[in-house]
Design a protein around this ligand. Sequence first.
Ligand code: NAP
Length: 352
Amino acid sequence: MSSAADSAVPRALVYDAPGEPLEALSLRELPALTAPGPGQVQLRYLSSPINPSDINTVQGKYPIMPKLPGGVPGHEGVAEVTAVGPQVTGLSVGDWVVPLAPAQGTWRTAGTYAAADWHAVPRDIGLAAAATIVINPPTALAMLEIFVALQPGDTVAQNGATSAVGEAVIQIARARGIKTINVIRERPDMDAAVARLKGLGADLVTTEHKLKEDLKASGLPAPKLGFNCVGGSAAQAVTSVLADGGTLVTYGGMAMQPVTAGTAAMIFKDISFRGFWLTGRWAAAQGPEGRRKALDAIVALYRSGALTPPPLAPFPLATADDPEAWKRAFERVAAPHRGAKVVFDMRGGAEA
Ligand SMILES: NC(=O)c1ccc[n+]([C@@H]2O[C@H](COP(=O)([O-])OP(=O)(O)OC[C@H]3O[C@@H](n4cnc5c(N)ncnc54)[C@H](OP(=O)(O)O)[C@@H]3O)[C@@H](O)[C@H]2O)c1
């Protein structure tokens, strides 16, 4: 089976050696796609996010990388099936699919893949949810389930609450009756950021420096569990408010500073420090079936209305006026307080 997409020359952002994205990447044409072989599907990408781990991958700082030279980054994205090879079951032309495994190289317009590495998602969840379903919502869900047996009425605290993971934590926690204490960076649009997170169900939104005072004033119980995606003093702030015997889970390092913790919290409250990595230990423990189940659980949360995706800021790879339009996407990623997930719109859509 074939379609018009088969004849189009695929393009991709490609790098030959690790470096900063603007220097290391270039937009190149790839060999034309041929008909998919046994067990293969041909895909046309719709939308592929730029996540922090993608930047780290291009920089050569992430443990899972494409083969270089000629590597295509991109761990996440949604694509449409345009052709199905022999012996493929469960996927049809027109299905929307997302990668089950990292490093599929999603920053491209089209490609041919092993069908077993892809999972169908229903179109009714929408493009933003489908494009961003693979990494951040399952991270939030798993971290809320794995470390502490939380009950309705319990609280969790987190820094980096404006991140895609942070927003998913807020919403999934709320759906379970768990309250969230959310630390965000000082910013010019503080009122708007607080209103957004409260609209998603946050119980308290505050800054590192006001956390203790605002938590006391809120009357919320001390959190048993804390999530840290920032490091440095923001990790220390969350640790300092954890309940006796509480757990801090580190899953990101946005400030690029070591995790620090107050001595008193460690001695007097016996705080535990754990780590979480979705695409490594968690994915290996789940196996493909476990990963499929987690994605289906996220689809159900979207369909029930409990979870909404982050707003997307779409950028084309290139336009007639700007053959390097993809560079604007990285400029937007580098801006603080961006409030949206930057994605490559592979259908050639305009900048948001
Ligand atoms: N371990 C895992 O399995 C796993 C899975 C998913 C994600 N992650 C990690 O989780 C983190 C968040 O990912 P995401 O995709 O959700 O992020 P995102 O949507 O791109 O948002 C980035 C977040 O980081 C904050 N931030 C950026 N630079 C910062 C700095 N210098 N100091 C403090 N905060 C800063 C931003 O705050 P503003 O709004 O103020 O800009 C925003 O909250 C990343 O570190 C990512 O690698 C890890």
